[in-house]
Design a protein around this ligand. Structure first.
Ligand SMILES: *Cc1c(COP(=O)(O)O)cnc(C)c1O
Ligand code: SF4
Length: 336
């Protein structure tokens, strides 16, 4: 039976993503009030422990109210443990600050070049290396695309250009199009890969203009999402993934193994199942980069391997992500 009011087929206009970005919550007191935990406000580190709190309202709506251990809340709320100095946790755990070339291009792995396309994100994840990379913004802004494109043009071994950051989808669609227009003259580049958390934390970013740009690209396109827990993947995210598929984008997901967030087999199984329901394949499960202020999130390798054994026993092989770690000097992500 066809009804006139099927909500899934009605073209409901998306909210303006720029407004969603502007309205991100940056005050811990406000966040705690929104999730029904105002009494925790007295236990927060001063000055957000040196890395500003930032989280979209869309992401906050998916948190379970009144739960101080909510896996989404734990990813964004500053905590006192971030102030602990733990040996082995440094400011540049993967050596990227050294490797990044003057034009914002990171060429560490064969055939793939990564462009620091943007310095900011819609959300500040507490475990992220960005907490010690405040100048990424200036770096990304200072470099006109042409310097990066010159670098890509000079190396015909590069088949895939990866847009990363920060989050490349905080850039305007017009700016993204400028870049890919410049790539048209490089016949050796056949794939564009985007690493972005925006389809998850600000799904309205996947709007008609972005999808038109993606659809029209003369390149194969891949987008690697970043979700760490099944609760992040609500109906709005599912709709964003559907729009990306319609634009001919192949979707993968990478996660970080985080203590208290997803360090149990059921959470990992549920994440893979939910991703596949959205047409997304699990790609990597990263061991935490050993970045200062994040030690409380670390899961020991032995425990990580144990978890992966359990996940492998419960899921088809194509839903099992690869547990990897990034180490300076390696020629690929290293299996744990
Ligand atoms: C992770 C990473 C890539 C991509 O690696 P894949 O294994 O292809 O996903 C490329 N360049 C740099 C600098 C990276 O850190
Ligand atoms: S780069 Fe990714 S993990 Fe880091 S803050 Fe941005 S969205 Fe979060």
């Amino acid at each position: 039976m066809i009804t006139a009011t099927n909500p899934s087929t009605q073209a409901v206009p998306l909210p303006d993503w720029r407004q969603g970005l502007r309205e991100a919550v940056t005050d811990a007191g406000e966040l705690l009030a929104l999730v029904g935990l105002p009494h925790l406000a007295g236990r927060l580190p001063a000055g957000d422990a040196g890395f500003p709190l930032k989280v979209t309202r869309s992401f906050i709506r998916r948190m379970h109210k009144g739960d101080p251990n909510d896996p989404l809340l734990l990813q964004v709320l500053p905590v006192l443990a971030e102030l602990d100095e733990v040996p082995g946790f440094s400011d540049d755990a993967v050596g990227d600050l050294d490797a990044v070339q003057a034009h914002g291009v990171l060429h560490k792995y064969a055939g793939r070049a990564l462009l620091i396309a943007a310095g900011s994100c819609a959300i500040n994840c507490r475990y992220c290396f960005r907490r010690h990379f405040p100048y990424a913004e200036e770096l990304a802004a200072a470099h006109a695309w042409h310097a990066a494109v010159d670098c890509l043009a000079a190396d015909t071994s590069i088949r895939e250009v990866i847009l990363s950051g920060g989050d490349p989808l905080v850039l305007s669609t017009a700016k993204l199009k400028d870049l890919t227009d410049a790539l048209r003259d490089l016949p050796h580049v056949t794939r564009l890969r985007i690493h972005s958390r925006l389809p998850v934390v600000l799904p309205e970013r996947i709007d008609a203009a972005l999808c038109d740009w993606l659809s029209a690209l003369p390149l194969q396109r891949v987008l690697v999402l970043h979700a760490n827990h099944a609760h992040e993947l609500d109906g709005d995210v599912a709709a964003a993934c559907a729009r990306l598929h319609a634009a001919g984008v192949t979707l993968f997901n990478q996660s970080v193994l985080l203590r208290g967030v997803n360090d149990n087999a059921t959470a990992l199984v549920d994440l893979s199942e939910r991703l596949f329901a959205l047409g997304v394949l699990p790609y990597y499960l990263h061991q935490l980069d050993r970045v200062r202020g994040t030690a409380h999130f670390e899961v020991p390798d032995a425990r990580g391997r144990e978890l992966m054994d359990e996940v492998r026993a419960r899921l088809p092989g194509y839903l099992v992500p690869r547990l990897v770690r990034e180490l300076p000097g390696d020629d690929a992500k290293r299996p744990v």
